[in-house]
Design a binder for this molecule. Structure first.
Ligand SMILES: *Cc1c(COP(=O)(O)O)cnc(C)c1O
Length: 432
């Protein structure tokens, strides 16, 4: 009998993986709380919430029960011409928690599609008003997903290179600091009349390497967009649902966006779903007797009742005082751990926003995303039963909120130990 690993090799093509040189794959047979279990019974603490999605731990029994009840009631129905309780209740609930200018909810399947919908809404909004604008603004190093529109508004690099000729033009600006503000301001003011929208990840550029920037500077930029008539798309696919310490990153910002995108933690990490919300002002611009003003966009599984139910269940858990307390505790523990990292010679650029903490592994050698010490750390952590997946040389923790103080301390302790072990030997030689 071939093993699961061998069968996988024969048939599966994994994401973001060079299959020729990929390391041994780990077959996971079960999840429980913060742990993943492989086929030998070994367990791993999921310190990255399985690509930033798992909020309340794996196989959460409350979410599982709610999905199961819904599965036996209504599993799916076309969302054109029909509606159902889970979608309507989820929209009602979400709108109560979002900035009060958000008025309508549009469903799709993942973070990338939530971004596609946001871009199409913005562009057609301008079109429906009979205006002509063609420029889109985004941050350098942004990551908004892997579909074509989402790739176009993302930072260009190795990942997007084969498609570069096919991606629409975007004006990329630096993330704002107090130093570069004047130059960003004049850059935007010069083209403001032609700009449809500005899309941004609030406070943290996740996939770029957990690059963080100040709320105050973002608010200043948002105010400029507001004044200049530039629509704002706030991509909270990663930052939403408690990650930054607030329910949404919007909780840190005094200026409100026109459009917002959600996915990842939306269903607590159980089922795929994307959401794009917008103001009633945007929605109203699509209301017309002229059919061509309709938003002609939809997916087969739009507002799938199971995903909506999972999202409602996840929000029930998220709103519990106990979960809110855990989020505050993780934030506090991270902040104390930051101090320990700062005192250590192996780490640099230590930064934190809420439950997200990141730093770089210090090295004197020239490295890149593809030739990074992070990979050596990754393997060493797996051996120690911890899943941490560095982005190049950037290491970060994004744990599920159910992680206990002891489990988190176990992760911290190993981070220090691994650094001491690996920096005691010439690590780059180990790797290359
Ligand atoms: C992950 C991510 C996306 C894309 O979401 P997918 O579900 O992977 O398509 C979009 N925006 C941000 C900020 C993300 O972190």
């Amino acid at each position: 009998m071939p093993s699961l690993k061998e069968r996988d090799r024969e048939v599966n093509w994994h994401p973001y993986t060079q299959m020729k040189t990929a390391d041994d794959i780990i077959p996971i047979v079960k999840g429980k709380g913060v742990y993943l279990f492989d086929d030998t019974g070994k367990k791993y603490i999921d310190a990255v919430s399985s690509w930033w999605v798992t909020l309340h731990g794996h196989a959460n029994p409350y979410i599982a029960r709610k999905i199961s009840e819904q599965l036996n009631t209504l599993e799916q129905v076309i969302f054109a011409g029909f509606t159902h309780e889970p979608a309507t209740r989820l929209s009602e609930k979400l709108l109560q928690l979002l900035p009060d200018n958000q008025g309508k909810v549009f469903y799709s399947d993942n973070g990338s599609t939530a971004v596609e919908v946001a871009l199409k809404m913005s562009i057609q909004y301008i079109n429906n008003q009979g205006e002509k604008k063609t420029k889109i603004l985004a941050f350098k190093n942004a990551y908004h997903g892997d579909t074509f529109g989402a790739m176009a508004v993302s930072g260009r690099g190795t990942w997007t290179q084969p498609f570069s000729e096919m991606l629409f033009e975007v004006v990329f600006i630096d993330t704002p600091t107090s130093e570069n503000w004047e130059s960003i301001q004049s850059q935007i003011t010069n083209i403001a009349d032609e700009v449809v929208c500005f899309i941004f990840e609030p406070l943290i550029q996740g996939a770029a390497g957990m690059l963080m920037y100040e709320a105050e500077n973002l608010v200043r930029l948002m105010k400029l967009c507001r004044k200049s008539g530039i629509l704002m798309i706030q991509d909270e696919v990663f930052t939403g649902f408690g990650r930054t310490g607030e329910f949404f990153a919007a909780g840190h910002l005094s200026e409100k966006p026109d459009i917002m995108c959600f996915s990842k933690g939306l269903t607590g990490g159980t089922l795929p779903m994307g959401i794009t919300t917008c103001t009633n002002g945007i929605y109203n611009a699509f209301l017309s007797d002229d059919q061509s003003k309709t938003l002609f966009h939809g997916h087969s599984f739009t507002a799938n009742p199971l995903s909506c139910t999972a999202a409602l269940a996840s929000m029930d858990l998220l709103l519990k005082p106990e979960t809110q307390k855990n989020i505050r505790r993780i934030t506090e523990q991270h902040s104390q751990f930051s101090q320990r990292l700062k005192e250590h010679e192996s780490f640099e650029n230590i930064r934190q926003t809420g439950t997200i903490i990141a730093w770089e592994i210090k090295t004197v050698y020239e490295t890149s995303y593809f030739n990074a010490i992070g990979k050596v750390f990754y393997k060493e952590f797996l051996e120690r039963g911890i899943l941490i997946r560095p982005l190049g040389n950037t290491m970060y923790l994004v744990p599920p909120y159910c992680i206990t103080a002891e489990e988190l301390e176990f992760v911290y302790k190993n981070i220090i130990e691994v650094a001491e072990k690996l920096t005691a030997t010439p690590i780059v030689h180990v790797y290359i």
